[in-house]
Design a protein around this ligand. Structure first.
Ligand SMILES: Cc1ncc(COP(=O)(O)O)c(C=O)c1O
Length: 440
């Protein structure tokens, strides 16, 4: 800690926080060494901390603020709703309007239900898959993050000491105490490797309720899935009587109807979250009517009773509807073009500095790797100690220069940004690459 930081308001707040919150926080994401920086307020793509320092926000609360902070139309609509009530034990019309609107963006969304987080949406799609098929197991990609439900998080953090062979990746727990029975019910497949994935799935045919897939999994390298991989999983699930479930909690922003429109497939279920809440906690489950009906309390046999105190509360529904209406086809195209500009600029910077680094991504998200070639799967994306060191130097450099990134050196853009913000990030990154070149 330098002396300026010793006396910072953030340092003092963290000291207090450490006495009441384990680790001083409720979400590890906000931790920074030696203490987290505390926010005061934000507007558009700029966040001001309690010290009065302004930074450009490329993290956007982990991809959940598609219009940046405090978009006036969202603030106005939510303020009006706040005065009318935040949650009722009665239904509200805005829930229907929002469900109708989301369904109008994707023909696969025949029925929709709202929940309060991505974790909850993933829990619901896995439970719905089991209820629909009557089967116990689920399959997922090694290293993919799908929130914190027991089954969804298996092998999210596996490492070379425990991940097993690539022909048979191990089901590795994240939380100590995860029951062995849970691990046995989660089948792990490698990303973008249709042959190996199908061979593994075949060993569990008849027991698998679904294959869960994020089309551009962040922790697996933030690279779009190959069409052949997606097609192989769709074909396999059709043939095996299992469901294909997509996690579009992050990727739905990539196209007007989600990243699934990049592929020639229709999923059975899609989980969403983050930015569809317009800045408020949210999750959603959408898909085939027949499958979604496992949650239907009006059916003869309700196979999956599903509820939640704050689900579809009118604040989230109002904010989400306004945000998504604003994120129309032109807005999607604009942020995607900004991401392309950023990726081109960063790749030029890497070339001009002559450092081993590369960029992956798609839609309005990208990630910088301190590797010569883009990783193809989780095992290749796994960072060596030296890559971790470089990552730390780059993130600190960018933060000092006034840029908030996601801590994997990833950025998620917002409509509040323009070319000048993109170009200033590229310039700052070039400075970071030069710093790295000097230290290696
Ligand atoms: C792909 C994906 N799925 C699910 C989740 C969980 O969402 P939440 O943090 O809202 O529970 C996340 C969160 O980062 C995510 O990135």
């Amino acid at each position: 800690m330098n002396s300026q930081h010793d006396h910072s308001l953030s340092a003092a707040l963290y000291e207090r926080a450490l006495k009441i919150l384990p680790g001083g926080v409720s979400r590890n994401t906000v931790l920074r060494d030696p203490y987290p920086v505390y926010a005061d307020f934000a507007k558009g793509c700029r966040v001001t901390d309690v010290e009065g320092v302004v930074r450009l926000d490329f993290a956007n609360n982990m991809a959940s603020l598609i219009h940046g902070h405090c978009h006036p139309a969202i603030v106005a609509a939510v303020t009006e709703q706040l005065a009318k009530g935040t949650a009722f034990t009665l239904a509200t019309e805005v829930e229907i309007r929002y469900a109708e609107y989301l369904a109008s963006r994707n023909a696969a969304f025949e029925r929709i239900r709202f929940v309060n987080s991505g974790t909850e949406a993933l829990m619901a799609v896995l439970k719905a898959s089991r209820a629909f098929t009557g089967r116990p197991k689920v399959a997922k990609v090694e290293g993919a993050y799908h929130g914190q439900y027991d089954h969804a998080e298996v092998s999210q953090t596996s490492n070379p000491s425990n991940w097993g062979s690539v022909e048979k990746p191990a089901s590795v727990p994240v939380a100590h105490g995860t029951p062995a029975s849970t691990l046995a019910d989660v089948v792990i497949i490698p990303f973008n490797d249709p042959e190996r994935a199908v061979a593994i799935l075949n060993e569990h045919k008849g027991e698998l309720a679904c294959v869960l897939l994020d089309l551009m999994p962040h922790r697996v390298g933030l690279r779009p899935a190959d069409p052949e991989f997606v097609a192989a999983l769709r074909d396999w699930t059709h043939e095996a009587g299992a469901l294909l479930v997509l996690d579009e909690v992050i990727t739905f922003r990539s196209e007007f109807g989600g990243a699934q429109s990049w592929y020639d497939i229709t999923p059975d279920l899609t989980a969403m979250g983050k930015f569809i809440g317009g800045g408020f906690p949210v999750g959603a489950i959408a898909g085939r009517r027949e499958v979604m009906d496992v949650m239907n309390p009006l059916s003869d046999k309700m196979l999956f009773p599903h509820s939640g105190t704050f689900s579809a509360n009118p604040i989230t529904m109002t904010a989400g509807l306004v945000a998504m209406e604003l994120f129309d086809e032109a807005a999607v195209a604009r942020v995607n073009a900004l991401a392309k500009r950023a990726i081109r600029g960063i790749e030029d910077a890497i070339r001009s500095v002559g450092i081993k680094a590369c960029v992956t991504g798609g839609g309005s998200i990208f990630r910088v790797h301190f590797k010569e070639h883009p990783p193809a799967n989780y095992r290749q994306a796994f960072m060596s100690p030296d890559e971790n060191r470089q990552l730390g130097i780059m993130l600190d450099h960018l933060f000092e220069q006034g840029f908030i990134m996601i801590n994997t050196c990833s950025a998620t853009l917002s409509t509040a940004m323009g070319e000048s913000e993109i170009d200033s990030l590229v310039t700052a990154m070039e400075g970071g690459f030069r710093k790295l070149a000097e230290t290696s």
